[in-house]
Design a protein around this ligand. Structure first.
Ligand code: NI
Ligand code: MN
Length: 227
């Protein structure tokens, strides 16, 4: 099965599989680097890592228009259901087999509240098993040693934040790469705003020295990686 990942800038992704189109953290309106607008996407599922506006983003509007199902923790799923979305709640450590493959929620060390300040449960990362391809989206998080356990699952593609300030910066993302040892690492959550500006090329050369078997793929918003 071919899997196509398209970066929508920041932590936003579109993943096309044989059966379904997934969006992750669709922060499109208000995102200065988003290559598409919310009305240009038509997902079957939307995965939401946590409640912050730069991740929940346009989820409710897109889900209602496209008839997509929101996959997130219990608190965010219930919130979206209350807004009229189809949902499937999960929680950290839990996984479920969907038509596109298996989704598991992982820990992420961060905060999570809705833009109006309401509690949004604990933030999460994702492990997606799509056919033989395993993708780990760390979402917003600091470095944590249990990334080693995630690496034990055999990660083909890791999506890691490198922006610093709100999440891991490049130093800790290099250490994360050592723990996870993914075949491919794609950096994200940088260069959306000045506060999180980073040089992904210098990050890539540092990973190459620290974890020679990991290939860093640097995308521009709108570009895709096919595996
Ligand atoms: Ni956040
Ligand atoms: Mn964020």
């Amino acid at each position: 099965m071919t899997v196509k990942l398209t970066w929508y800038g920041h932590a936003g992704w579109k993943i096309d599989t044989a059966k379904s189109t997934l969006l992750i953290d669709p922060f499109l309106s208000g995102n200065p680097v988003a290559p598409v607008t919310p009305d240009q996407v038509k997902p079957d599922y939307i995965l939401v890592s946590h409640g912050h506006g730069d991740h929940l983003g346009d989820t409710v509007n897109i889900a209602k228009r496209a008839g997509a199902t929101v996959l997130s923790n219990f608190e965010i799923a219930k919130y979206c259901e209350g807004q009229g979305c189809k949902v499937h709640p999960l929680h950290i450590g839990g996984s479920h087999e969907f038509p596109f493959g298996r989704l598991k929620l992982t820990i992420a060390h961060h905060g999570s509240s809705f833009p109006d300040g309401r509690y949004a449960g604990n933030p999460a990362g994702f492990i997606l098993t799509l056919g033989k391809i395993k993708i780990y989206d760390a979402a917003d998080t600091g470095l944590f040693y249990d990334m080693k356990l995630i690496g034990e699952e055999g990660i083909d593609i890791a999506l890691l934040p490198i922006g610093d300030n709100f999440t891991m910066g490049p130093d800790d993302a290099v250490r994360a790469a050592k723990l996870i040892k993914p075949k491919v690492l794609i950096p994200m959550h940088y260069n959306t705003f000045d506060l999180i500006s980073q040089d992904p090329k210098s990050f890539a050369s540092r990973v190459k020295r620290a974890v020679p078997k990991t290939k860093v793929v640097v995308l521009k918003p709108g570009e895709s990686f096919v595996v």
